[in-house]
Write a protein that binds this ligand. Sequence first.
Ligand code: NAP
Length: 306
Amino acid sequence: MSIALVIPDRKLDQLQQKLQQQLPGVAIEIWPDVQEPEAVTMAVLWRQPPGCLSQMSNLKALQSFGAGVDNILIDPTLPDLPLARIVDPMLTQSMLQYLQGVVQHYQLRLDEFSAQQRKQIWKARSPRKLQFICVLGLGELGQAVASHFAGLGFVVSGWSASQKTLAGVQCFAGETAFSDAVGDADLVICLLPLTALTENLLDQQRMALLKPGVILVNVARGAIVDDLALLQNLDSGHIAAACLDVFRTEPLPTEHPFWQHPAILLTPHISAVTNADTAVAQIAENYRRSLAGLPLLNLVCQQRGY
Ligand code: NAP
């Protein structure tokens, strides 16, 4: 019995070693050099090429190497097996730190001062009034983010598919409540998963429901935002600024207009990166569970896509 790491374009020696320490005696194979595909019972996946699991005829469980699973579920050849994802307090901590920095960046008008600096303009301005934050998606990350900013004294609303109750956060659920959730927000943070229902969710129509002068932060997945609609709304000033950590195509193609747009702050998908140690502990535990016939930790509902 063995585990296959199917995570193309990444150095996996350390992950392999750490996993080996947790599971002595279990072969940890790195795809595409899998010696005995029929011995593999668990595949650890991230952006796997379609068809790559076809030889692994005894697979029992699938494990995402990250919090998201959209890049895994997109594979039409994916076997119908339990799929788990990583849920990690360190990942949440890293997302909170990133968003804290982003909110302060805009509160302090560092975006505007940086533009002024490039034109050698000396002009003092008081901090931006940023009181109301809306968090789209109230899952593992969204709930932590909403509670964090509520605890700091911001007025916070949250939006999810099913109704939530969260101390200090005004919670809204479902399509019809979207405009109420976002309507007063000075800054909107997207922490939705990418699914058939959320692809292009932030399109021209929904952007029109945002408050004029809003700041949009996307740390979820690029394809949730309609790129063209975002550019049009930034150009018109309806959206004052956007901070983007995720993109439809990554790395962002050099010719993409986001690179040069003066109202966009762009980071290369670094807001919350999977911690190898936590991931290894969860992968090992799920491996043991799959052999014992127990339900995996942090199971994903493949039908709804998250
Ligand atoms: P999660 O626990 O699965 O939560 C997803 C939330 O979105 C849930 O509250 C869900 O509502 C809501 N939702 C899903 N579809 C919806 C819809 N159609 N309308 C309204 N709400 C909807 O996910 P998470 O762990 O918080 O992570 C969120 C996403 O962040 C991940 O999927 C991943 O794409 C992204 N991410 C990015 C980074 C990065 O480095 N940038 C790192 C980690 C994760 P219900 O609770 O009612 O189901």
